[in-house]
Write a protein that binds this ligand. Structure first.
Ligand code: SNW
Length: 267
């Protein structure tokens, strides 16, 4: 019986259609996109109570992937420092986690156009005595390994002990237990911890020259270009604005990602 069954088996039409040859993109699995992200950068990217990934970057990427015909998007949490290497070595198709586009990072991966420009924030307990970036001298400052905050702190806070963490949660729990005096992270994520613990901002440093982009492996130009085109569609039809207002209510809205009709002439 077994031999007859084997003889009868054949590749179903659907499987044949799903071969890599069909997809214009070099994906790990045709018709699905595997995304490396981080679980604790709320409201950019984070895992909610049911363990599902959600947030501004997650919903924007999922929308953009849908526009290029891929509805199966699988997010996996990584330490931030592992994201770009994971994309470069083909472990993931895309990196999405408020990742600022820099020339240095473009040596490792390619990026879509930017989709979010904002601030880097020094988060600190209200009674820490760190009232501004100048008062970081001699203090201990947390950064997420591999982040722009790490690079900025190394360059600018030369009298500060810089302590590297794999992610925001370990840094903030370190700060709450007094092992560091402040943590240096993205503005909207800082706001979330302020609401949770009553911490304050000692400094908000603009990072408009490194807007966040979606990272793809070098050589995957078609995927990168099509994601960029879909991103601009999402900006032009107001999807970007709707998601921004949903996830960053009350925050100043960068002008350059709005529908062109709504952009101020000055831009
Ligand atoms: N998820 C993270 O920890 C990312 C930290 C950090 N994000 C910086 C940034 O991309 O955040 C979103 C916007 O504010 C960008 O202007 C900013 O450069 C980085 O790219 O290194």
């Amino acid at each position: 019986f077994a031999i007859a069954a084997l003889a009868g088996c054949s590749t179903s039409g659907a499987e044949a259609e799903g071969t890599a040859a069909e997809s214009p993109y070099t994906l790990i699995q045709p018709d699905s996109i595997r995304v490396a992200s981080i679980g604790d950068a709320k409201p950019y990217t984070y895992t909610d109570a049911s363990g599902e990934f959600t947030g501004f970057d997650v919903e924007l990427f999922t929308d953009v992937a849908g526009r290029i015909g891929i509805d199966d998007v699988v997010f996996t949490g990584q330490d931030f420092a592992a994201i770009l290497p994971g994309v470069a070595n083909g472990q993931f198709d895309v990196g999405a986690a408020a990742i600022g586009i820099t020339a240095e990072r473009e040596q490792t991966v390619d990026f879509t156009d930017g989709y979010l420009a904002g601030y880097l924030t020094v988060l600190t307990p209200e009674d820490s005595g760190v009232g501004s970036a100048d008062e970081l001298d001699g203090r201990r400052l947390g950064v997420v390994q591999g982040s722009l905050q790490e690079a900025y702190a190394v360059k600018n806070f030369t009298e500060t002990d810089i302590v590297r963490f794999p992610d925001n949660n370990t840094a903030v729990s370190g700060m709450n237990s007094g092992s560091i005096d402040a943590h240096f992270l993205d503005y909207e994520a800082a706001k979330d911890y302020m609401e949770q613990y009553g911490h304050v901002s000692a400094a908000d440093i603009p990072s408009f020259d490194a807007p966040a982009g979606f990272a793809v492996a070098k050589g995957n130009e078609q995927l990168r270009d099509d994601l960029t085109a879909a991103l601009h569609e999402a900006m032009e039809d107001g999807t970007w604005k709707e998601l921004y207002e949903k996830w960053f209510p009350g925050s100043p809205m960068p002008d350059q990602y709005l529908p062109s009709a709504e952009q101020s002439e000055a831009a």
